[in-house]
Design a protein around this ligand. Structure first.
Ligand SMILES: Nc1ncnc2c1ncn2[C@@H]1O[C@H](COP(=O)(O)OP(=O)(O)OP(=O)(O)O)[C@@H](O)[C@H]1O
Length: 214
């Protein structure tokens, strides 16, 4: 599933946070976005996810215009900022409920495998509110890849992760791209970005200033 961002401008409170951004994001690869704090990475991801409407310009998902022909990308997994889950439920229960809401075909064994793949114990009875920051992040990544979505948005997925967590998530990102997903990644760690991304787009003050082909 290809994502095309065409001349997107987003104005908020009289300030342009994105200016005429055009970029094509291919499937079966990791499409990286880098840039300093406040450069517009998260806003662009929100626009691509259909969570924010651009002031002008458009986003096409496999030829269909977001916000006109389709409300949201039909198959998408999203991790943007702090993952939100039900605080009184366990990690397993949260994914189980989410899968039901998203009508993702799921069986308990799949959810258990998913939890193990991000380094969480499926039998852990602790509720989400008792999770550490890194555990919350791991659950957020599991939710984003659940159901093998065609587009996966990962905004700073390595936040709060320890070395083992970083290693696991790197492998997950590579595997998802190999599976055919259009992975859209932002990450402040330049080395991780260079290791993972097939293509790196640089944002500065809401402008796309360069594209680094790997
Ligand atoms: N709801 C909002 N209203 C007004 N301005 C906003 C809003 N959300 C974000 N911004 C502004 O948009 C700009 C881009 O923010 P964004 O979060 O996209 O940056 P970023 O590149 O993801 O930064 P970081 O690396 O810190 O995560 C910033 O100047 C920010 O202040």
């Amino acid at each position: 599933m290809t994502v095309s961002v065409l001349g997107v401008t987003k104005q908020m409170g009289g300030v342009k946070v994105l200016t005429d951004v055009s970029v094509t994001l291919a499937d079966a690869q990791v499409n990286g976005f880098s840039g300093i704090n406040g450069s517009g990475k998260t806003m662009l991801m929100r626009v691509i996810a259909g969570l924010v409407r651009p002031t002008s310009g458009k986003v096409m998902i496999d030829g269909k215009e977001l916000g006109r022909q389709i409300a949201f990308p039909p198959s998408i997994g999203i991790l943007i900022e702090n993952p939100a889950f039900l605080p009184m439920r366990t990690g397993f229960e949260n994914l189980d409920i989410l899968a039901s809401i998203q009508a993702v075909a799921h069986v308990p064994s799949h959810i258990k495998e998913l939890l193990i793949s991000v380094g969480l114990d499926p039998e852990d009875r602790r509720r989400f509110s008792k999770y550490s920051l890194g555990m919350k992040q791991r659950l957020g990544i599991a939710a984003a890849i659940m159901g093998e979505p065609d587009v996966i948005i990962l905004d700073e997925p390595f936040n709060a992760l320890d070395t083992e967590g970083i290693h696991m998530v790197k492998n997950i990102i590579r595997r998802e791209a190999q599976r055919g997903a259009c992975v859209i990644l932002s990450c402040h760690d330049q080395q991780l970005m260079l290791d993972l991304a097939d293509d790196i787009h640089v944002l500065h003050e809401g402008h796309l200033v360069s594209r680094v082909l790997r």
